[in-house]
Design a protein around this ligand. Structure first.
Ligand SMILES: [Zn+2]
Length: 754
């Protein structure tokens, strides 16, 4: 392919937020009303890009574009793990985007990303190899093909990393233009130093590596990427396209930004992107869409480049941002400093060194080759290999069961120790932020697993370093204070896990009756709670029994007995749960960290609100008929404030039911609905009902139009996002569904795009 070619790359990533015991993300207050930031950014960016609306002049939908089909992208493995389970429809579009682009271009849009987003030049050789191997295994498991390219966290690079990438079969990576040091033609030694402005970025370069290996490197367009990320170029789709089509010339025009720029940093940025992609897809201005791998296949590098060692895209000092107070910062606040970065890096590194030694020493008695086991463990995490396949390949034969448990614990220890180096911990402006505290929590978990397998307590070692750091907020204090107040209380034990399992069962209304059992599970572990036949006593509301904790990807379990007085008055989270044979260990659930208490509160409020809703729906079935027409000069309903409390359920009866209602009820509902606090939940519930109708047989398609008309009569606009997506995917070519499509806001009668 020749002529003007365009590749827009998005780097999609979230800091690891998983709790290292439960392996799930707990609520983060700053993302409310969303549960946490992964969910919120998924709603604002990842989902809108998967389902970007293109509208006609009347605001009707002419296409729902999967931007992942037309843009180059990488998603962090930890983010995709979350998305796979918590936003499976978006995840399916990401995979589909890669598949369709492969069909169109011969090479997929997706590229891999360093597994834990660590700064590679600061990692040890074994860490580098593990991060790359885990990343490539994760990619292959998801996209069903080997990765051709890989995104380096923060584009942080050194020659050793490039060489390991090349050895692993990776063909290219992407860097910022200022990371190029000098260039030469492939066949001449005419090396010339280059600066960002003078670098020709329209072609890939070859970086030569030891022993005849090499890798291709793309340098993205700095000014355009900057304009997209920071200068509001996404405000208008036609401006964005104008800039792109003007800048495209001979060779490749390639942009790279954080993917969250589209929709999260700039609301509706995904629509501007969809517009530009649709223009290029149609060949406007002679521009054709491609991706890095497809372009590379057609255009092998004609020039060579040498890079600046240990450089990155977001620190002009190299990689100092992730270990020193270099001055790079997300937000410059007067009087603040980042001197905490050094002690944090040194503390975590000191812990990791002890953990590595422990792993090697103990691992030598458990694994055939501890390093190979660590590198291949990524295949277990990704699901490419089963646990038994892994055990057969890597564990020494004839190990006693207890020794096998230890081997798996060592691998989990390494996983969380690696997590503690995710670059985000150093990126922002304070030690007291959530990212450094999460990094320390991962280290805490790794240290706990170390201790369970015979390593000495590393807490004093870590504190000797982070004790020298301090938050810029005097109220948060030193690293020592943060550790004591924020991090150490997160440490889970059999007792705290049991407390959460019991309270969750209670909050969800499924605490088993005497003689029965129930299971509570998180991705990292599951708990089976069994209640004794006699309930452990005669007192009403008293339960006792035993419990078993199973850890994911680890053989072995933890068993305990427990006894609990069910909450009947006061704070349900402050009761005492007795754990252990003696039953004298009291665990007040108030000891559980905020995010986990919030998760329990959320489980409770979901159940209670659902129950109240069902009750309201059942009662208002009759209530609709009891809303009498007004008489004479009556202007509102008698007892209006009480009818108002049933607003959402009355609307539901009218919208979903076959009932007739008097005009005055409809007017009342329309008028009372303005700014009604129940409105959001009602629009979601009606939206879900529409999704359900679309998934049923054709006979229910008429319901869609009827529901939309009835909703309009009481001035309710259902949340149509998912219903529109489903219509677009499964029904847009069905003549029988045309009426439903029109009702859902689609333009009809115009030629639909593929
Ligand atoms: Zn810097």
């Amino acid at each position: 392919m020749t002529g003007k070619q365009l590749c827009i790359h998005g780097h999609f990533y979230q800091p690891p937020r998983e709790d290292p015991w439960m392996d799930i993300i707990f609520p983060e207050g700053s993302a409310a009303p969303a549960t946490h930031w992964n969910q919120r950014i998924c709603q604002e960016s990842y989902a809108p890009l998967a389902w970007a609306r293109r509208l006609d002049g009347q605001g009707r939908i002419i296409e729902i574009m999967n931007c992942y089909e037309y843009m180059s992208f990488n998603f962090g493995p930890t983010l995709l793990t979350w998305m796979e389970h918590q936003a499976p429809d978006v995840y399916a579009r990401v995979l589909d985007g890669d598949r369709k682009s492969r069909e169109r271009l011969g090479h997929g849009n997706a590229i891999a990303q360093i597994y834990h987003h660590v700064i590679m030049p600061l990692a040890t050789d074994l860490e580098k190899r593990a991060e790359i191997a885990w990343a490539l295994a994760d990619f292959e498991a998801r996209f069903d093909r080997p990765a051709e390219g890989l995104w380096l966290s923060e584009a942080a690079v050194d020659t050793r990393t490039l060489d390991l990438l090349a050895q692993a079969g990776v063909r290219f990576t992407i860097l910022a233009p200022r990371q190029a040091r000098e260039v030469a033609d492939v066949d001449r030694d005419n090396w010339t130093p280059v600066a960002e402005e003078g670098l020709d970025i329209s072609e890939p370069y070859l970086v030569e590596l030891p022993e005849g290996r090499s890798i291709a490197v793309y340098f993205y367009n700095g000014p355009l990427s900057q304009a997209v990320a920071f200068e509001g170029l996404l405000r208008h789709g036609d401006n964005f396209w104008g800039r792109l089509s003007f800048s495209a010339g001979k060779g490749l025009l390639a942009l790279a930004t954080d993917g969250e720029t589209y929709g999260h940093h700039f609301k509706f940025g995904e629509m501007a992107l969809a517009f530009a992609l649709s223009q290029a897809r149609a060949g406007a201005s002679g521009v054709a869409l491609t991706n890095y791998a497809a372009y590379l296949a057609d255009n092998p590098p004609k020039r060579r480049a040498r890079i600046h060692e240990s450089s990155s895209w977001s620190c002009v000092h190299g990689v100092e941002r992730w270990r020193a107070d270099c001055g790079c910062c997300a937000e410059h606040r007067p009087g603040w400093n980042q001197r905490w970065r050094g002690p944090l890096r040194e503390g975590l590194t000191a812990v990791k060194q002890r953990i590595d030694t422990h792993y090697q020493t103990l691992g030598a008695t458990l694994f055939k080759d501890p390093e190979a086991a660590l590198i291949h463990y990524g295949r277990v995490l990704s699901g490419l290999d089963s646990e038994s396949e892994f055990a057969a390949a890597h564990l020494l034969p004839g190990l006693a069961q207890e020794r096998t448990h230890t081997a798996w614990k060592l691998l989990t220890m390494q996983k969380w120790a690696l997590s503690s180096f995710a670059s985000c911990a150093w990126f922002f402006d304070d030690l007291g932020r959530i990212e450094p505290l999460n990094a320390l929590t991962f280290a805490l978990r790794a240290m706990q697993l170390g201790a369970r397998t015979g390593l000495e307590d590393l807490e004093p070692l870590l504190l000797s370093h982070i004790g020298q750091a301090a938050s810029n907020d005097p109220a948060l204090g030193s690293g020592h204070d943060l550790w004591n107040h924020e991090v150490r209380p997160r440490r889970e034990s059999v007792e705290t896990i049991l407390a959460q399992a019991l309270i969750r069962l209670w909050a969800e209304g499924r605490l088993p009756a005497p003689g029965a059992e129930a299971e509570v599970s998180w991705p990292g572990l599951s708990v089976t709670i069994a209640v004794e036949q006699n309930g452990g006593g005669t007192a009403l509301g008293h339960r006792a029994g035993h419990a078993r904790i199973h850890w994911a990807r680890e053989s072995g379990s933890d068993d305990s007995t427990w006894a609990w007085e069910l909450p009947r008055a006061g704070d349900p989270l402050s009761g005492c749960i007795r754990v252990g044979e003696a039953g004298n260990k009291c665990v007040p659930a108030s000891y559980v960290p905020w995010g986990k208490r919030q998760a329990l509160a959320l489980a409770w409020v979901r159940r209670v609100e659902d129950e109240l809703w069902e009750r309201q729906v059942a009662e208002t079935h009759l209530g609709v008929h009891l809303f009498l027409p007004y008489r004479e000069a009556q202007t509102t309903q008698t007892g209006a404030e009480r009818w108002d409390r049933l607003w959402a359920a009355l609307c539901w009866q009218w919208i979903m039911g076959e009932v007739s209602a008097c005009r005055d009820l409809l007017d009342f509902l329309a008028e009372r609905g303005r700014g009604h606090p129940d409105r959001t939940l009602l629009t979601l519930r009606v939206g879900r009902a529409l999704v359900q109708r679309l998934g049923q047989n054709a006979a229910h398609l008429d319901d869609v139009r009827r529901i939309m008309e009835r909703a309009a009569a009481v001035d309710v606009v259902p949340d149509l996002h998912e219903a529109q997506n489903i219509y677009w995917i499964t029904l847009r070519n069905e003549p029988a569904a045309a009426g439903a499509g029109q009702a859902l806001g689609f333009a009809m009668g115009c030629p639909l795009l593929p």
